[in-house]
Write a protein that binds this ligand. Structure first.
Ligand code: XUL
Length: 535
């Protein structure tokens, strides 16, 4: 019987990988923690970083079949590692936010027709369902025209922010859907169902249509924050008949289905294992960091960098960059997203031939706070915050630095710029920050943590258990929703801070970074043409 077990599975379908974490809430153990990196394991999709190449840097899509195949691979690996999936009592998870998948036949139609065949790979069965071959993802910045149209139709961006918690944003799903309708009206017409990455993954597991939750749904420019329901004016402003292609949202704690017989037969799950609504990777990470109750601020260093915090009442960003999403544990969360996260850090290591240890050394021992006047605007790809629809890289400082001949200064410069940008653009969250929790691949890099501590003048604390707080959040959410576990109890057991690796701020750097912040703000302002649509 599934419910007699205390084990829960959390999944995270993110930009570059699909990850799984299994926790045991009785013993407090992380039983399994495993990832499939798309670039390494699924090279046939031509997506070394999880997305497809495109001549226009603003257009970023992924192949949803890569995510489907990764699910089979991941569960196969877990089984091979001896993880008994029959003992899993509940599943939840997360997906990269905003990305969308378009189906000509809904998952419920598949279920009515008998569900997934157990003797054929899932990928083969999902391929004929797609009405759009690729999925636009959060890195896509190609919908400025559609954003302006949607915002104008509902009375301007200030109105959008008040209604949805965000203005009309290029990567958000509504503008992406509108672009699809404008460019491929016949394919839009034959689309029966539109999913976010999160609800798509949940639907695959359930073998039927899973609804979207308000955590991820608020990243679509379609959901009304106050009611948690789709807003009819926004649906109408986005594309005709859109309401019939989206299932009504459900609370994040809702059970959206039971594991499909395909996974029971193939991987040994117990029949009837419940699937709790999936959410966005950031809302899930809020839970996985033990920060879902107000009072903690999280920095997530991933493909994108994000800074977020739980909020009791929605407080919106007057600059128009930040977002308010549903908090899966109740209430709301604020988030600011930076597209040039690890991709920008990796660009510097690649250009200068630095290892990650060398990168940390450059910051810790070879350069000083303020970087001797060297500053970089590290927008190697179109940026979300500040809003830049084209790459914009600028080097300021010594001749050697500007000419690309100072590797240590370049390492410090990319991280100082990222930290200053976070501080600047997250000011509206308005929490007293004396501690920042960090997660993500780069949260183990001592150089990066040092700069964050000094720029924010805050203690920086990584998580002890796992760098993948989003997958962990999925497992915790399943434990709370179907196992009846208490949040505080879960947080104290699975989200303990790794105090041994905490980094304290150096107070003598406060003035340097106050001055540098003003300089950075001025340079950023100069680089950005304002695009806020007035009502
Ligand atoms: C958040 C955002 C990204 C994606 C991918 O708004 O666009 O953080 O969720 O991680």
């Amino acid at each position: 019987m599934a419910s007699a077990s205390h084990r829960f599975l959390g999944l995270d379908s993110s930009t570059q990988s699909l990850s799984a974490i299994v926790i045991d809430v009785q013993t407090g153990e992380v039983v399994a923690n495993h990832s499939i990196a798309y670039g390494a394991r699924l090279p046939a999709y031509g997506s070394p970083h999880g997305f497809l190449p495109h001549a226009d840097p603003r257009v970023v899509h992924s192949d949803p079949l890569m995510w489907v195949e990764a699910l089979d691979l991941l569960l196969g690996d877990l089984r091979e590692q001896g993880v008994d999936l029959g003992r899993i009592a509940g599943i939840s998870g997360a997906g990269q936010q905003h990305g969308s998948v378009y189906l000509a036949r809904s998952f419920d139609e598949v279920a009515s027709a008998g569900g997934w065949a157990t003797d054929r790979a899932l990928r083969e069965q999902v391929a004929p369902l797609l009405s759009r071959r690729t999925a636009p993802i959060w890195m896509d910045a190609s919908t400025s025209a559609e954003c302006a149209e949607i915002a104008a139709a509902v009375g301007g961006d200030a109105k959008m922010v008040a209604l949805t918690g965000s203005r009309a944003i290029e990567r958000f799903t509504g503008p992406q859907i509108r672009k699809f309708w404008k460019q491929q009206p016949a394919d839009y017409q034959r689309t029966a169902e539109i999913h976010l990455v999160s609800s798509f993954m949940a639907s695959l597991l359930a073998g039927r249509s899973a609804s979207i939750d308000p955590g991820d749904g608020a990243g679509m420019d379609l959901l009304e924050l106050k009611t948690g329901a789709w807003n009819q004016a926004l649906l109408d402003a986005t594309a005709p008949g859109l309401g019939s292609k989206l299932r009504p949202p459900v609370p994040a704690s809702a059970v959206v289905g039971e594991i499909s017989p395909y996974f029971v037969k193939k991987y040994g799950f117990a029949p009837g294992t419940p699937i709790v609504a999936f959410t966005g990777d950031n809302p899930s990470s809020l839970v996985g960091m033990g920060a879902a109750l107000p009072g903690k601020v999280v920095v997530s260093l991933g493909t994108s960098d994000t800074i977020f915090a739980a909020m009791a009442a929605p407080r919106t960003d007057p600059r128009g960059y930040g977002h308010v999403f549903g908090n899966p544990a109740g209430g709301f969360m604020a988030l600011v997203c930076f597209a040039n996260g690890s991709l920008a850090r990796e660009e510097i290591t690649r250009r200068f031939g630095l290892t990650w240890d060398g990168f940390a050394r450059a910051i810790l021992t070879e350069t000083r706070p303020g970087n001797a006047g060297n500053m970089l605007l590290p927008f190697f790809a179109p940026e979300i915050t500040p809003r830049l629809t084209q790459p914009a890289v600028q080097w300021f400082g010594s001749d050697a630095f500007v000419a690309g001949g100072d590797a240590p200064a370049a390492a410090r410069a990319v991280v100082e710029a990222q930290a200053l940008s976070m501080r600047l653009h997250a000011a509206f969250i308005d929490e007293v920050v004396d501690t920042l929790l960090v997660t993500g691949g780069a949260s183990r890099n001592a150089g990066i943590l040092r700069v964050l501590a000094d720029v924010f003048q805050a203690r920086i604390v990584p998580l002890a258990v796992a760098t993948n707080s989003s997958a962990l959040g999925g497992a915790l959410r399943a434990a709370a929703a179907v196992g009846g576990a208490d949040w505080q109890d879960l947080f104290s057991r699975f989200c303990a801070p790794d105090t041994a690796h905490a980094v304290e701020p150096d107070p003598s750097t406060r003035a340097v970074y106050a001055e540098l912040g003003r300089e950075f703000d001025g340079r950023v302002e100069a680089a950005v043409a304002s695009s806020f649509v007035k009502g």
